[in-house]
Ligand binder design. Structure first.
Ligand code: NAD
Length: 351
C-alpha cells in the first residue's frame, strides 16, 4: 500500500518534491496540495492534485498520512505542529525553523504524538559532499585539519521572500543550514567555537554574503563561505590533510587529490626560488617524485534514499536518516553564529 502525501505550499520546491516523488518513489503517492496563492493552486490542479480550501481541510483528510511543508521558513514551526497534532507524519523543508527554540517546540509535539518528523536535508546526497566525506573517512589525505566549503554566485540580492527577515530570509538560514549540516555529518563530534562574518551587501534586512568558521573538538576547522557577489569562484571544496590536498572544483565534481608518496621523503636540496624581492626555500616547489596525483573516490549519490528512508521508517524497516536531533544541533550552531555576528567576535560553544 502506498503512503499518501499532501504538500503545503506549492511553489518552486514543492513542484520539485511532487515531480521527483512521482517519478522515483514507489511507496508514496502525492495526492493533494494547499497554497495561499490561487495561481499556485491552479498549477497543482493542472498537475493532477486535489486542492484543498485551507490547511485545516487538508489536515482533516483521513486519506493523507504524510505532509510535506514547502512554504517560506517562518511558517514551518506552526504548520509542522498543526500537522503533527492532526496525526500526520511530517517532512519539513530546510531550514526546519528560524531558531533552535522553535524546533524544540516541534520535537516536543512529535514525541507527544509519536509521529515521524524529518527535515529535507537533501544536500547530504550531493555527489561533491559524498566524495569529500569518503576521502576523509578513508584517510586518503591523512588527518584533515582545514576544510573549505564554498558556494559562490554573483547574482546579487537574495530572491523574493528570502530577502525578508520576517520570512526567515538570509543566506545563513538558506544555504548556511545545508553547509553546516554537511560539515557536522563529516565530523560527528562537538563544535567548540564559531565565528560568523555576515555581510549585507544588497539590503539591510538580511545577510547575503557570509563567511563562517567552525572549530571541532578534535581540532579540525571548517570554513564555510556563501556568496552572491563573487565574480571569480574558488573551488567548491579545498581540503587540507596531513598527507595531501583535495580539491573538488564544482558541482560537476571535477577535481583531484595530490598526496605524499610513502617513499617520497623530502630532502632539503638546494631548491631556492628567487622572487623579485628575495629568496625562499620554504615556498620552493616540492620535488615531483615525493608526491602522486590520485583520482577522487567513486561514490553512489542517490537523493531517492531520502524519501525511500521515510517509507522504510513508516513500514517499520529502518531508522530515520535525517533526525530532528541532528537538525537541533545545526540550529544551535546557527543561533550561536547569529550571536557571534551580533557581538562582533568568535564565541566558544559546546554543541
Ligand atoms: P517559493 O516562494 O517558490 O514557494 C513557497 C510557496 O509557499 C509559495 O507558492 C507561497 O504562496 C506558499 N505559501 C506561503 N505561505 C504559505 C502558507 N502559510 N500556507 C501555504 N502556502 C504558503 O519558495 P521555495 O523556493 O519553494 O521555498 C520553499 C521552502 O523550500 C523554503 O523553506 C526553502 O528554504 C525550501 N527550499 C529547499 C531547497 C532544498 O534544496 N532543500 C531548495 C529550495 C527551497
Amino acid at each position: 500500500m502506498k503512503h499518501r502525501l499532501a504538500l503545503i505550499g506549492y511553489g518552486g520546491m514543492a513542484g520539485w518534491h511532487h515531480s521527483n516523488i512521482k517519478e522515483k518513489i514507489k511507496g508514496i503517492e502525492v495526492v493533494g496540495a494547499y497554497d495561499v496563492r490561487e495561481e499556485a493552486n491552479d498549477k497543482a490542479r493542472e498537475n493532477g492534485l486535489k486542492v484543498y480550501a485551507s490547511v485545516a481541510e487538508l489536515l482533516a483528510d483521513k486519506d493523507i498520512d504524510i505532509v510535506t511543508i514547502a512554504t517560506p521558513n517562518d511558517f514551518h514551526r506552526g504548520l509542522a505542529i498543526e500537522a503533527l497534532r492532526a496525526g500526520k507524519h511530517v517532512v519539513c523543508e530546510k531550514p526546519v525553523t528560524l531558531n533552535a527554540k522553535e524546533l524544540e517546540d516541534i520535537i516536543a509535539v512529535a514525541k507527544e504524538t509519536g509521529k515521524l518528523f524529518s527535515i529535507h536535508q537533501n544536500r547530504r546526497w550531493d555527489r561533491d559532499f559524498l566524495i569529500v566525506k569518503k576521502a576523509i573517512d578513508e584517510g586518503i589525505i591523512g588527518t584533515p585539519y582545514f576544510v573549505e566549503s564554498r558556494v559562490q554566485g554573483s547574482r546579487g540580492a537574495m530572491h523574493g521572500w528570502r530577502g525578508h527577515k520576517q520570512n526567515g530570509g538570509g543566506m545563513l538560514l538558506d544555504w548556511g543550514v545545508h553547509l553546516i549540516d554537511q560539515a557536522m555529518q563529516m565530523f560527528p563530534e562537538k563544535v567548540v567555537s564559531v565565528d560568523a562574518h555576515l555581510f549585507s551587501l544588497y539590503g539591510s534586512e538580511v545577510d547575503d554574503n557570509i563567511k563562517l568558521l567552525l572549530r571541532f573538538e578534535s581540532g579540525v576547522s571548517v570554513l564555510l563561505e556563501m556568496a552572491t557577489n563573487c565574480f571569480i569562484n574558488q573551488p567548491r571544496w579545498h581540503v587540507s590533510g596531513t598527507g595531501g590536498t583535495l580539491i573538488v572544483e564544482d558541482w560537476s565534481c571535477k577535481g583531484r587529490i595530490v598526496k605524499l608518496k610513502e617513499d617520497g621523503a623530502m630532502t632539503w636540496a638546494d631548491d631556492i626560488v628567487y622572487t623579485e624581492a628575495g629568496p625562499t626555500r620554504t615556498m620552493a616547489p616540492r620535488p615531483k617524485h615525493t608526491t602522486q596525483e590520485v583520482p577522487l573516490p567513486e561514490v553512489k549519490a542517490d537523493w531517492t534514499e531520502y524519501y525511500q528512508n521515510i517509507v522504510d521508517v513508516l513500514n517499520g524497516k529502518a531508522e530515520l536518516i535525517v533526525k530532528p536531533e541532528q537538525a537541533l544541533r545545526v540550529m544551535n550552531v546557527i543561533d550561536a553564529l547569529f550571536a557571534s555576528q551580533e557581538s562582533g567576535t568568535g564565541l566558544k560553544v559546546n554543541i
